[in-house]
Design a protein around this ligand. Structure first.
Ligand code: FAD
Length: 399
């Protein structure tokens, strides 16, 4: 499947998350030798879930990895929004047969490790890909048509191009965009995974369910053949202004922000004692994230709040577009990167900006909450499909 890399073209990728792994597969498929430099001691993902919209199924198929990456996915029946104050259902989007027919793919949820490991395995088995953990990228120097990438180990890696797939606090982005740290929204997310036995029986739904409360919301869905439930609880914190990533959570802090919700949803949060905390940030979209033969991908390029559940899906879509563009002009990587970003900027910026709005809708209070319920509650499945077409319909016609 790989194009021959006879000309010895090579690319260095900073970061081996979902975006970096997908990019490595795409670039190898396009005929490049790839070196992935990962800061962590091991390639892997955190123990939490992720939602996969139909758009990412198209992307995974185009990369040629759909079968293995979706082997452990759970195919849910609906997306549900509940009013966290009354416990009433606000809206439901069936993701059953008509949805699948409309978007030509289903909606699924999956454990992150079950998505990342198969991507990692494909790269591990690929002689054109070298995976190096314990290599934090600290900087790079562009010399002619080469890039020399520096790591904290003191090593230098040279390639024809560098892809910064190093997440929301990207070092590569610092040099290209230079827009400082992420924009901290004051939204804090706690994550935990519950064994199915601990999930209240009357909430074991085959759905991605969101409870929307004033200044907070929580999401739950099943994982791993229904052995686990993924829980994400997000709330406004008045003073946390420093981005935090996968810190140990404080259960009492979490519960104190959900005291105004009824016992049914709040009870889920009381179950886990193993919470992890993220202080969330995104970035204002930019109109350029490339500099010659260096570019960005995934959260490094367009970090977003998780409210459309699309950040990782966007990173995988990025990898597909990158593969297609470098394959089209392998001898002109700067040109390929400009076309790549041109195809990705509007779409990813729309996700970032719309996610901010969606967060406001989820966390609405007072009359705004009533208006939200009125608007969403009156929509038919066809209305929802139509309004979500721009996200989920992407790639449908190419599939
Ligand atoms: C609460 C929450 C829920 C979410 N839910 C969903 C969802 O349901 N669906 C969805 O599609 N998305 C979701 N997302 C978004 C998704 O997690 C991210 O968009 C996605 O993981 C981004 O992948 P990435 O590879 O670009 O970046 P990352 O996952 O951040 O990976 C970056 C990698 O680079 C490494 N790295 C960092 N700096 C360096 C360096 N200097 N040198 C070398 N390596 C480095 C890191 O160790 C890491 O391995 C959610 C996010 C949050 C916070």
């Amino acid at each position: 499947m790989n194009a021959p890399s006879s000309k010895g073209r090579s690319v260095v990728i900073a970061g081996g998350g979902i975006g970096g792994m997908a990019a490595a597969i795409g670039l190898s498929r396009a005929g490049f030798r790839v070196t992935v430099l990962e800061r962590a001691a091991e390639f892997g993902e955190i123990g939490a879930g992720i939602q996969l919209g139909p758009n990412v199924f198209h992307a995974l198929k185009t990369l040629g990895v759909a079968e293995q990456t979706l082997a452990n996915a759970v195919y849910i029946d609906k997306l549900i929004m509940m009013d966290g104050m009354t416990g009433d259902k606000v809206a439901e989007i069936p993701v059953d047969e008509p949805f699948r027919k409309h978007f030509r793919n289903p909606y699924a949820v999956i454990h992150r490790a079950d998505l990342h490991s198969p991507l990692h395995a494909v790269n591990l088995a690929d002689p054109n890909v070298t995976l190096l953990p314990n290599r934090e990228v600290t900087g790079f120097v562009q010399t002619g048509d080469q890039v020399e990438v520096h790591t904290s180990t003191g090593e230098r890696f040279t390639g024809d191009a560098l892809i910064g797939a190093d997440g929301v606090r990207s070092r590569v982005r610092e040099s290209i965009v230079g827009d400082g740290g992420p924009r901290i929204s004051g939204h804090v997310a706690y994550r935990a995974v519950l064994p199915i036995e601990e999930m209240p029986e009357d909430l074991r739904w085959n759905a991605a369910c969101l409870w929307a409360g004033p200044k907070c919301h929580m999401v739950h869905y099943p994982l791993r053949g229904w052995k686990l439930f993924n829980i994400v609880a997000t709330f406004h914190h008045p003073t946390r202004t420093t981005e935090g990533h996968n810190e140990p959570g404080d259960r009492d802090e979490l519960l104190s922000y959900f005291g105004h919700l009824p016992a049914k949803p709040r009870g889920i949060l009381e179950k886990s004692r193993n919470w992890r905390r993220w202080v969330l940030g995104d970035r204002d979209p930019v109109g350029n994230w490339s500099d010659g033969n260096v570019t960005l991908l995934g959260d490094a390029a367009h970090p977003t709040h998780q409210y459309f559940a699309q950040g990782a899906c966007m990173a995988i879509e990025d990898a597909v577009t990158m593969m297609q563009e470098v394959r089209a002009t392998p001898d002109d990587l700067p040109g390929a990167f400009l076309r790549y970003q041109e195809k990705r900027i509007t779409r990813t910026a729309r996700i970032v900006l719309s996610s901010r709005e969606l967060g406001r809708l989820y966390h609405a209070a007072g009359v705004e909450r009533l208006v939200r319920n009125d608007i969403l509650g009156s929509k038919t499945p066809a209305d929802f499909y139509h309004s979500l077409d721009w996200i989920y319909g992407y790639g449908r016609d190419a599939a």
